[in-house]
Write a protein that binds this ligand. Structure first.
Ligand code: WT7
Length: 668
């Protein structure tokens, strides 16, 4: 195990003592006392949070741990997410409060957005009921059916999710940046009956034709009865298959504005969504989340981490296609009755101040974003945020990958005016909600640039060595969660074995997150990055195995190894070492073709930054690819232990390929 000194032994002035923070603060010791109490009364603690939600039927048991790791939360309880996010508010003064402020990408000559929609909670109530009716009455969707949503960032995405949950259907949202093959795989694995999509959307001033991707995907997917197409752009030439495809607006014409669909009182353990995420081997895993536990976890963290109040304007910049969007664009803010910003387009379109103009125009107070975005804006320069009034901001959080202290300091100063609470919330698709974070809504502990902070109340987190024993402060180990938590995954769709193997086998009785981390002397957690063969590209999770099998799927490729290398903006980018089939000559065109092949098969985020042609890959004697060595070659790091390496010339060759390409790039 490696001792890491640099980040933990910060000089005293690096601790930001919250002096300009207007909210509650606490010293670290008192926080840990509070945290210890939450664990002592673990079940009562979570029950007291759950009581703040409205249940159609109260639970009999807070936690059923009789069959680990198949834990069940709030057993016997019944509730409905759409009721909690919408109906509950329309019974109060929030009925006329803005629920969603939506802004499309296009702007007029003066730089003002031309496509805007404002939905009150009452509007949302009406729309959710109408769409629930469409699903149920027109397409016969019932409790437990899976529906795939392949939609851009438009209000119809959260509306359809809420409508699905209203009738007990299970959503399978696929990020609109994924390509046809990735979509087909997710439709098939989830056995979805219908797909809901849009004709297209705006991205960087260009039209993205989404429905055509669905058509391609459906050549490979089976079991889909219908496709519903929302006309976001009103394209006249969208291909429609008679009898299968329906225009959203045509179907909705027949549904009365005041239709009411009774919210289905589903069991707490009833699945609400499946979301596919990359792992180290095999195809993406369909992570399943329940209803009750997820709602309680998301609700708690909206209060603790985001401190939502009724006068807040909340903006989480994540795409709904990722888990951050599920928990903190759709469910979280709407559970709280908050005003929620949703923006369709690129962050720097038409200029690098688009986000800052949104914060200024709506008076955003709570801002949840990613380190990648912050680093991109750092590069554009301070003058862009300086053009706008960002003084409304009071809390900023980031998520998706470690935040480097420079990016933290920049955002704290330039965006937050040194008066905000700002943390890096750690969690993952599998956890359902934030697990490690500063909690300015409870009390803010002193901030340190780059840390994730202490675990939230009710979460037992630790950093352990190879044998599962806690490591001392400053020593790198593996991040684990030592007891179940409400928002935890409820398995992998259709694959209980893989669920046990991936998360609960490495360290018995503990959830294995797959991250390296250290604890510092205050008990703060610093997540350092993935400990497995998963890479994070601009915060998005990609399995190197997935990329490798895509490359090998190309007719010219015999073998491929993919590793992640550091990138100043995206955090990490994939690079590929490729062995071509006998008789295929390496060329610049082929390189381009392979990159294009990955874009087309998985999506633009997966495109390798570089492709190196080699004649062999470094392998162990038993034939395992030693990606670690390739990474060392590409980052100039020492090779470390090479005793298991079978053929040393493979590394020499990779080095040469790397240096040659670098020389070429430098020349050009
Ligand atoms: C992985 C999970 C959960 C929302 C988005 C990502 C990394 C996430 C942080 C953070 C350091 C982080 C971890 C984790 N990660 N947040 N604040 N600091 N690393 O969800 O795609 O499931 O990825 O993202 O490596 O395991 P995801």
């Amino acid at each position: 195990m490696q001792t890491i000194q640099k980040e933990t032994e910060l000089p005293f002035e690096e601790y930001i003592m919250n002096n300009k923070w207007q909210g509650r603060s606490i010293d670290v010791k008192s926080y840990w006392q509070f945290h210890a109490k939450s664990l002592e009364n673990f079940e009562e603690f979570w029950a007291s949070v759950a009581k703040e939600l409205e249940w159609f039927k109260p639970w009999d048991k807070v936690l059923d741990a009789s069959n680990p790791p198949f834990y069940k939360w709030f057993v016997g309880g019944r509730l409905n997410l759409s009721y909690l996010a919408v109906d509950r508010h329309v019974k109060t003064w929030r009925k006329n409060k803005l629920a969603i402020e939506w802004e499309g990408e296009p702007v007029d000559d003066a730089g003002y957005p031309t496509d805007r929609r404002k939905l009150t909670y009452y509007d949302l109530f009406r729309e959710v009921n109408r769409v629930a009716c469409m699903l149920k009455c027109n397409f016969g969707i019932k409790k437990g059916d899976r529906i795939t949503l392949y939609l851009p960032m438009i209000p119809e995405l959260p509306i359809t999710m809420l409508a699905a949950w209203r009738i007990g259907a299970i959503t399978n949202v696929v990020f609109s940046g994924f390509s046809a093959d990735a979509l087909a795989e997710r439709i098939n694995d989830s056995q979805s009956r219908i797909v809901i999509t849009a004709d297209g959307f705006w991205r960087r001033g260009k039209v993205v034709r989404l429905k055509e991707v669905v058509d391609q995907a459906l050549e490979k997917a089976s079991g889909v009865e219908h496709v519903i197409v929302y006309p976001r752009l009103g394209l006249k030439d969208t291909p429609m298959t008679e009898g299968r495809d329906y225009l959203w607006t045509k179907v909705m014409q027949g549904i009365k504005p005041n239709v009411y669909i009774e919210p289905e009182p589903v069991e707490s353990e009833h699945p609400s969504f499946i979301l596919y995420t990359s792992g180290t081997t095999g195809k993406p895993k369909g992570i399943v989340h329940d209803t009750g536990g997820w709602a309680v976890h998301v609700y708690a963290t909206m209060k603790w981490v985001f401190d939502i109040r009724d006068d807040d304007v909340y903006w989480c910049t994540a795409d709904i296609g990722w888990v951050t969007g599920h928990s903190y664009v759709v469910l979280g803010p709407l559970l709280m009755g908050a005003t929620n910003i949703i923006y369709e387009g690129a962050p720097d379109y038409p200029q690098p101040d688009r986000w800052w103009s949104i914060i200024e125009r709506y008076g955003v107070t709570i801002f949840y974003t990613s380190p990648t975005a912050i680093r991109m804006f750092m590069r554009y320069g301070e003058e862009w945020p300086r053009r706008h009034d960002l003084s409304t901001l009071r809390i900023i959080h980031s998520v998706g990958e470690p935040i480097n202290p420079e990016a933290w300091r920049w955002a704290y100063r330039v965006l937050g005016g040194e008066k905000v609470a700002f943390g890096s919330t750690w969690w993952m698709t599998e956890t359902g909600g934030i697990v490690i974070s500063h909690a300015p809504g409870l009390y803010l502990v002193p901030m340190k640039p780059g840390t994730n902070g202490p675990p939230l109340p009710g979460f037992e987190v630790d950093v352990v060595d190879d044998s599962g024993k806690p490591v001392p402060p400053g020593v790198r180990g593996y991040l684990v969660i030592k007891r179940p938590w409400p928002g935890m995954l409820h398995g992998i769709w259709g694959d209980p074995e893989r669920y046990i193997k991936t998360y609960w086998s490495r360290f018995p009785g503990m959830f294995y997150a797959g991250d390296y981390a250290i604890k510092d002397q205050d008990g703060y957690i610093w997540v350092l990055g993935r400990a497995d063969e998963v890479i994070k590209v601009a915060g998005h999770r990609l399995g190197t195995y997935e990329l490798e099998s895509t490359l090998v799927g190309h007719k010219a490729v015999a073998e491929a190894a993919v590793v992640g290398v550091p990138d100043p903006v995206k955090g990490e980018v994939p690079i590929a070492f490729v062995v071509l089939k006998q008789g295929v000559a390496p060329s610049e065109e082929l390189r381009k073709e392979l990159r294009e092949h990955v874009r087309k098969t998985i999506g633009p985020i997966a495109e390798p930054a570089q492709i190196f042609f080699v004649t062999k890959l470094p392998k162990t004697r038993s034939g395992k690819i030693m990606r670690r060595l390739l990474k060392a070659v590409a980052t100039g790091a020492p090779l470390g232990d090479v005793t298991t390496l079978e053929d040393e010339t493979s590394v020499e060759e990779a080095k040469k390929a790397y240096q040659e390409l670098r020389a070429e790039v430098e020349k050009a």
